[in-house]
Design a binder for this molecule. Sequence first.
Ligand code: AMP
Length: 216
Amino acid sequence: MLKKKNLIFVGAPGAGKGTFSAILLEKHPLAHISTGDILRNEIKNDTPLGREAAVLMKEGKLVPDEIVAGMVKKRLAEKDCENGFILDGFPRTVKQAELLEEALKELGRKLDAVIYFKVPDETLLQRLTARQNCKKCGAIFNKLFMPSKKENVCDHCGGELFQRPDDSLETAKSRLEVFYKQTSPLIEYYDGKSLLMSITELDKDKITAQLFAELE
Ligand code: AMP
């Protein structure tokens, strides 16, 4: 059982939020709430929200706070979140953090920990531009650091691997800028609430060990 199970994963794009969510979920049945995944699903289904989000995401900009906070509030009220959750990529602004706090209060829940994955910019850009995702199951690979066994084929389900359009070098750079301007104030915000744990390690096994030591 986890000691801490209502979690936020924060970090710049490419910092490993998705990768370490998957590692934690292999062992613990938490609900995985990735606002990026929810938005990509809206785009796939060609909904009005998806069409609005697609323009912003392509430029590496953030989708408006009220929209993403509303999506997350709805998701948190679902049954599977009762056992705990990982918020991956949300909140991304202090306003979103405040809206989250209100939503959790209404649901009678509270946060247990905010994990900050701190990674140098050169590494982030190298990782983002070499990242590959599975079209079928969403698994994450990296051509340089975590390659699939067979080129462009998912190890888990055999699905085709692709590069996210916003992982191009140009958009990745804008997303990093957006992180420092709009998201990084959250680090201080959650530190002030004594919820923050920073991971500065870059080795996958060492990060995994630190994560489990903090949460289990
Ligand atoms: P991600 O998959 O978390 O890297 O998110 C991809 C893109 O979706 C971001 O660059 C934003 O355009 C949008 N997005 C995801 N989460 C949020 C959020 N919490 N607030 C605003 N925009 C978001």
